[in-house]
Design a binder for this molecule. Structure first.
Ligand SMILES: CC(C)(COP(=O)(O)OP(=O)(O)OC[C@H]1O[C@@H](n2cnc3c(N)ncnc32)[C@H](O)[C@@H]1OP(=O)(O)O)[C@@H](O)C(=O)NCCC(=O)NCCS
Length: 247
C-alpha cells in the first residue's frame, strides 16, 4: 500500500494567517478507505467498525486519517504518538500528543462527497459544510434556530433562493457553534449573524450575545459544489501561544 495516498484526496482551500482549510474528497474508493483505516488508533478503529452505513464509515475514516496526517505535519510528530480525544460523546475533539493537549486547534465537517478540515495555531475554529440544497421545512426549522431578522429574511425568499439562504445561514451558525464547542446547548435564536454577512458580505465579525469580549471572524467558504463556512476566534494580540510538547 503506498504511503503517500492522502495527498491524492486532499487539496488546500485557503490559508489566512495561521488558519488553513483543506478539502477532502469523500467519493467512494476502497483503496483510499483501506489506507485511511491504517492511520486510525484502536479506539477509532472500533468506532469505524460500529458504523452501519457505508457513507458514514467512509467519511469518518477519510476525515480522521487526513486530520492525523495534517496534525503530524504541523506538529512534526509521529502518528502513533497522537490521540484525538473528546471530553464527552458530544464534546469537541482536541489533540493530545504524548499525553499533553497541543496548542494546535482543528475542526472537521463532512457532507458526502465533501469534507473540510480547518487547522489553526492557538485559536479556536469551527467549520461546517453542506453538500447540495436538500429540501427541508426551511421556515419551520428557522423558527427554532434563527433569530427574528434571519427568520423574516428566509420567510420572504422563495424556491432555490430560500434553500440557498437557509443553508448559508445554517453553515455560518453551525461553524460558530462548532468553534465554541457548545453543540446544541446554545440558544441559537439569540445569535443573529451580522447584517453585512446576511446581506452578502463573505466575511464579518460575530460578537457573542453573552460576552462582548468573545468575538469570532466569520467567512463564507461556499462554492458551486457546496455551502460552507468557518468561524475563527479573534484573540487579543498579547495572547501567547505554547509550543507542542516533545515526547
Ligand atoms: C457536533 C455537531 C455540531 C456536528 O454537526 P454535524 O453537522 O452533524 O456534523 P459535521 O460533519 O459538520 O461535524 C462532525 C464533526 O464535528 C466534530 N465535533 C463533534 N462534536 C463537536 C462539538 N461539540 N463541537 C465542535 N465540533 C464537534 C467531530 O470532529 C465530528 O466529526 P467526526 O465525528 O468524524 O470526528 C452536532 O452534533 C450539533 O450539535 N449540531 C448542531 C445542530 C444545529 O442545531 N445546528 C443549527 C445550526 S443553525
Amino acid at each position: 500500500m503506498p504511503s503517500d495516498l492522502i495527498p491524492s484526496w486532499i487539496r488546500p482551500v485557503s490559508r489566512t494567517g495561521e488558519v488553513s482549510v483543506i478539502h477532502i474528497s469523500l467519493a467512494p474508493d476502497p483503496d483510499r478507505e483501506q489506507y485511511a483505516v491504517s492511520w486510525l488508533d484502536a479506539e477509532e478503529l472500533r468506532r469505524w467498525q460500529r458504523y452501519k452505513v457505508d457513507r458514514a464509515r467512509r467519511e469518518f475514516a477519510l476525515c480522521r486519517a487526513t486530520l492525523r496526517y495534517l496534525l503530524c505535519q504541523q506538529l512534526g510528530c509521529k502518528n502513533a504518538d497522537l490521540a484525538i480525544v473528546a471530553a464527552s460523546d458530544h464534546g469537541k475533539p482536541y489533540a493530545v500528543l504524548c499525553g499533553r493537549t497541543v496548542s494546535a486547534k482543528f475542526n472537521v465537517s463532512h457532507s458526502d462527497p465533501h469534507g473540510l478540515i480547518t487547522i489553526a495555531e492557538g485559536v479556536r475554529v469551527g467549520i461546517d459544510v453542506e453538500a447540495g440544497l436538500r429540501k427541508r421545512d426551511f421556515d419551520g426549522i428557522a423558527e427554532m434556530v434563527f433569530g427574528p431578522n434571519e427568520r423574516a429574511e428566509i420567510r420572504s425568499a422563495c424556491g432555490v433562493k430560500k434553500a440557498s439562504l437557509f443553508f448559508r445561514y445554517w453553515t455560518l451558525k453551525e461553524a460558530l457553534l462548532k468553534a465554541a464547542g457548545t453543540g446544541l446547548s446554545a440558544d441559537l435564536t439569540r445569535m443573529e449573524l451580522p447584517w453585512s454577512v446576511r446581506h452578502g458580505a463573505s466575511t464579518g465579525v460575530f460578537q457573542s450575545p453573552d460576552d462582548p469580549m468573545i468575538r469570532w471572524q466569520l467567512q463564507d467558504l461556499s462554492t458551486r459544489q457546496y455551502t460552507a463556512a468557518i468561524a475563527t476566534e479573534i484573540v487579543h494580540p498579547a495572547s501567547s501561544h505554547t509550543s507542542p510538547p516533545a515526547c
